[in-house]
Design a protein around this ligand. Structure first.
Ligand code: HEC
Length: 712
């Protein structure tokens, strides 16, 4: 479905560049270093992923106020032609909006009308979808000089002419034989494009690279973890690896074969004052430290750290590790925000770094040195009891006891905060966190992991969910998952106010100078709140998941607020049971609001899926158990735990293919749908294993009927 939809932009199929209209005729020049540096002073544009170099997502536009916000209406919508995950924050410059959909497809739109100017499809192969942990998403582009910079899902970094969409240069930034992907927005700093990568779940070694913005030549690279032999790479990281990092890893274990992880897949922030890049570093690979580094006792640097690098050379300046020796997938890639807080001598301003990473603690660090200034938990947690004087977590005594019965830990791998951008209001001196609680049952692998499996986390992902469970189980899981908008006071390290949402996985935040914060929600509500009190001022429903970071801009004196909507990304794929009702198929869109807007958003499509088993249940208990294990290892991350899908990808319980051995084999073994992202699993799963998975899937469709949960 997705590949068909994605081709539907213009009638012309598959042209690399599809020009659908002319760019507005203006003579304006490109984006300069000075313009990026002063982006907060030109709020009529939205020049970087999070608004400016401090990445506060705070706009000084004053058109939308507490008094008139209730008049917001839809100015225009634009169909992104995808049913897959959309996470993009639109960039706006010179009246043109640059926005990405799924599969790294970039669209340039007239920001006033939504009319398409051009679009660019980098033609990611459907077969590469398997390399992503969390759908074929993209968070947006960077703009500099006369070019737009796009990180492509398959690891390319590309520069396009901002006016025409013509490709200027294209570089492959990763070893494409490895499961590397790119989903993040590139950042541009002093004529260099900075890009990281993703893949920590599938076994890669993380790094950050700097490319010349004009030529695309590689400038420097910094690896976040050692190579398997702890040898020099000829990279900017060599010196610190030898003097500090190598000794924090043992010499054997999963990290040697699986790359160790530490991917920098989202937040990279330029701190102009200290001329350094602040890089958020991800989790370990495999997750389970006992398997990753069995003999080592060290902290496994720089996993789950904020890393400061010299902006010109990429060499190490300082680091702060949020989760030493990560065991739970607690990435520190979440939004990094710079601000000045009165934490210096005699209340003088001090430049600080703020982050609310997955592990549930909010950190305030000195930007110049990385010194820990303060921290506190912003959600309930059981993995740690607090932070010591250096900001190191005081782990609960049983937090690593994953060898026996499944142990519930919160926050879990989806994090107390994930990719949904946090914002900061310098007026209120509050950080606004899209916070959540999704506990996880952690249990070590119960069987020897298959070395050919795509995913190897070192954990049994189906811990605690046997093939037969009583009615009400789905509901109980759902109730355990919570979500909030937390307005966090970074000076007092406490919440000033919180809004409780219906569930987790809520959208990014936009802060306005007029004392308003805006946030979308998983099931489509977009709301404006009083930034000081959390009182709701306005709300509407955009008929699709509203999770991305919003941006705001002004044209001809009118202020616009824009959001990309859509379905997919990690929660939709990996927690289908989490939805309170059956989710209709949804099309990704750009939805742009202005005061007095009167356009309407098309309704979601009717679901054509009949929620009934298409065949008999079959198989012995042992075969079904086998199927459950194999399903967890190879299928669960896309088709959902308990075989419950949120509707982005097929719910296998209701699939005709699951009831038909030949069709099943054709799809799962022969790869007949590989162009759409459903690759062949022939090398991972034996024919008997395939049949065992089918037996498990059919058992789950009949269980859903027996438990009266088929309609959910
Ligand atoms: C990387 C994500 C991913 C993984 C992992 C994955 N699938 Fe799929 N699967 C898909 C996508 C995408 C589709 C939809 C393909 C299409 O639109 O034609 C799909 C479709 C299917 C279908 C067709 C359903 C229908 O009725 O149309 C079957 C059967 C299936 N998958 C089985 C499996 C099994 C079994 C596994 C594990 C061995 C698995 N999948 C693992 C992404 C995945």
């Amino acid at each position: 479905m997705s590949k068909l939809l994605r081709a539907g932009l213009c009638a012309t199929a598959c042209a690399i560049l599809i020009a659908c209209g002319d760019a507005p005729s203006d003579t304006s020049s490109g984006v300069t270093d000075a313009a990026l540096s002063a982006a907060a002073d030109t709020p009529e544009s939205w020049l970087t992923y999070s608004g400016d170099y401090k990445e506060q997502r705070h706009s000084r536009l004053t058109g939308i106020t507490k008094e008139n916000v209730a008049d917001l209406g839809v100015a225009w919508t634009y169909d992104l032609s995808t049913g897959r995950g959309v996470e993009s924050t639109p960039i706006v410059h010179d009246g043109i909006m640059y926005v990405t959909g799924a599969w790294s497809i970039l669209h340039a739109l007239d920001a006033k009308t939504g009319e398409e100017l051009w679009s660019y499809d980098p033609e990611v192969s459907g077969e590469d979808a398997i390399k992503g942990c969390c759908d074929v998403v993209n968070r947006g582009v960077a703009i500099y000089d006369d070019k737009v910079y796009l990180g492509v899902f398959d690891g390319r970094l590309e520069a396009l002419n901002a006016k025409t969409g013509a490709l200027v240069w294209s570089k492959v930034t990763v070893d494409q034989t490895q499961p590397y992907t790119i989903t993040m927005a590139p950042r541009v700093v002093k004529g260099k494009v900075i890009i990281g990568n993703s893949g920590g779940e599938l076994g890669v070694r993380g790094y950050v690279s700097s490319y010349d913005a004009q030529t695309g030549d590689l400038d420097w690279r910094f690896y976040t973890v050692p190579n398997s032999e702890k040898k020099a790479d000829g990279a900017a990281s060599d010196e610190i690896m030898a003097s500090l990092v190598n000794d924090t890893w043992g010499d054997t274990g999963g990290w040697v074969t699986d790359g160790g992880g530490g991917t920098a897949w989202d937040s990279i922030v330029y701190d102009e004052e200290n001329d350094q890049l602040l890089v958020g570093v991800g989790n370990g690979s495999p997750w389970n430290a006992k398997i990753r580094d069995p003999e080592g006792k060290g902290d496994n640097l720089f996993l789950s750290s904020i890393l400061a690098l010299d902006a010109d050379t990429g060499t190490y300046k300082w680091h702060f590790q949020t989760t030493p020796r990560d065991q739970w997938d607690f990435t520190a890639t979440q939004s990094i925000i710079l601000a000045d807080l009165p934490l210096g001598k005699n209340g003088a301003d001090r430049r600080v770094v703020m982050q609310a990473p997955k592990n549930g603690f909010f950190y305030v660090l000195d930007a110049a040195t990385g010194e820990f200034l303060s921290g506190n938990n912003f959600v309930p947690m059981n993995w740690a009891t607090g932070l010591d004087d250096n900001g190191r977590p005081i782990e609960a005594s049983n937090a690593r006891d994953t060898a026996g019965e499944p142990i519930p830990i919160f926050p879990g791998p989806l994090g107390a905060h994930n990719w949904h951008p946090m914002a900061y209001s310098p007026q209120e001196k509050l950080a606004y966190i899209p916070a959540q609680l999704i506990p996880q049952l952690y249990q070590d692998n119960q069987v020897e992991p298959d070395p050919d499996a795509y995913w190897n986390l070192g954990y049994n992902l189906s811990a605690g969910v046997p093939p037969v469970f009583p009615a009400g189980t789905l509901d109980a899981f759902r109730k355990g998952n919570q979500g909030w908008l937390v307005a966090w006071d970074p000076i007092k390290q406490e919440a000033r106010w919180t809004v409780q949402h219906d569930g987790p996985w809520n959208g990014g935040i936009l802060s306005l100078d007029t004392g308003i914060v805006l946030q979308g929600q998983r099931e489509g509500d977009v709301s404006a709140y009083d930034a000081g009190t959390g009182d709701k001022l306005w709300s509407t429903n955009v008929k699709a998941g509203a999770l991305s970071g919003m941006s705001t801009y002004a044209i001809d004196g009118e202020q616009y607020v824009t959001i990309t909507t859509g379905w997919g990304s990690a929660y939709a794929l990996s927690a289908g049971y989490g939805y309170s009702s059956v989710v209709p198929p949804q099309v990704g869109r750009v939805v742009t609001f202005k005061l007095g807007g009167t356009e309407t958003i098309p309704d979601a499509m009717e679901s054509a899926v009949e929620r009934t088993p298409k065949g008999e249940a079959f198989g012995s208990q042992a075969q079904i158990m086998d199927g459950l294990g194999l399903y967890s290892e190879s299928c669960l991350v896309c088709h959902g735990p308990l075989v419950v899908s949120s509707g982005v990808l097929p719910d296998l319980r209701w699939s005709y293919a699951a009831a038909d051995k030949n069709e099943w084999t054709d799809i799962v073994s022969n790869g007949s749908r590989s162009g759409n992202g459903m690759v062949s699993f022939k090398d991972q799963v034996s024919p008997e294993g395939m049949e065992a998975i089918r037996a498990y899937v059919m058992s789950q469709s009949h269980l859903a009927v027996a438990n009266n949960e088929a309609g959910e």
